[in-house]
Design a protein around this ligand. Structure first.
Ligand code: FAD
Length: 233
């Protein structure tokens, strides 16, 4: 349990010795609480490191499960999981450039997808846009910066909606920044994950500019999810 910022925890789950979770990068799992409720979280690591599951969890103020996780859950707690779930994963057969747009902890499944893409040697251009409110919300900013050094086909653009005076980078709504960079977005595969409002706005804008649903993949972080909920394609 690593608290990366005041309200984000990186949680690494160790699987039982005799169990291997076969998942596709970008999928999610449900944690099943003691009173049988489901809480969905995206897998932030890639399948080639499947001896554990990495999650990036935002503390929802007043949220039943995330309150427990941030304040009361002891290390080495045994959790019940269901998964892998969802159809948000990399379409490996496509030849089009890849745009990845994440809001907040929507970075998590995109991290899994990118680590997988680097692992299998994807050479298509890949551009990650990470939208958050403030600079400190870019909780693993070093990671995509490192990928940029290591992979010539990868670009990273963080976008702040509430920048401080020192911020030199992109500002505003992340989906609008994506479109400024890619007015011809209809030629790319677009992967979006994070708050439902961001996903809805991104979808509307990109479809308006000629992208079709065939090339738009998304996972909206709805809350209080139940099996099968919150998944869109
Ligand atoms: C497919 C999928 C993947 C997800 N992946 C992630 C992930 O990787 N990381 C992550 O941090 N979250 C993720 N979420 C969202 C996460 O599931 C919820 O934030 C979590 O279930 C909240 O649980 P809780 O018990 O703390 O809140 P609850 O007790 O269920 O909610 C209490 C109240 O808080 C508010 N609330 C709850 N969740 C949110 C939210 N996400 N945004 C805004 N308001 C909220 C609502 O008003 C709600 O009524 C994902 C959701 C889905 C559907």
């Amino acid at each position: 349990m690593q608290k990366i910022t005041d309200d984000i925890m990186r949680l690494c789950l160790k699987l039982p010795e005799d169990l291997k979770l076969e998942f596709l990068a970008g999928q999610y799992i449900d944690i099943i609480t003691d009173d049988n409720q489901h809480r969905s979280f995206s897998i932030a690591n890639a399948p080639h490191e499947s001896d554990h599951i990495e999650l990036h969890i935002r503390h929802v103020t007043g949220g039943e499960y995330t309150d427990y996780l941030f304040h009361d859950m002891p290390l080495n707690t045994e959790l019940q999981l269901e998964g892998p779930l969802g159809t948000f994963y990399l379409r490996e057969n496509s030849t089009r450039p890849i745009i990845l747009m994440g809001g907040g902890t929507g970075f998590a499944p995109l991290k899994g997808i990118l680590e997988h893409a680097f692992h299998i040697g994807v050479t298509r251009p890949m551009h990650l846009f990470w939208g958050v409110r403030k600079h400190q919300d870019l909780y693993l900013d070093d990671q995509p910066r490192e990928w940029m050094q290591q992979h010539a086909n990868f670009q990273y653009t963080p976008v702040l909606s509430e920048p401080g005076p020192d911020w030199q980078g992109e500002t505003g709504y992340v989906h609008e920044v994506v479109l400024q960079h890619y007015p011809d977005i209809k030629n790319s595969d677009v992967y979006m994950s994070g708050p439902p409002k961001m996903i809805d706005s991104g979808r509307d804008l990109f479809l308006e500019h000629g992208l079709t649903m065939d090339y738009l993949y998304s996972d909206a972080f709805e809350f209080n999810s139940h099996p099968g909920m919150g998944l869109e394609e």
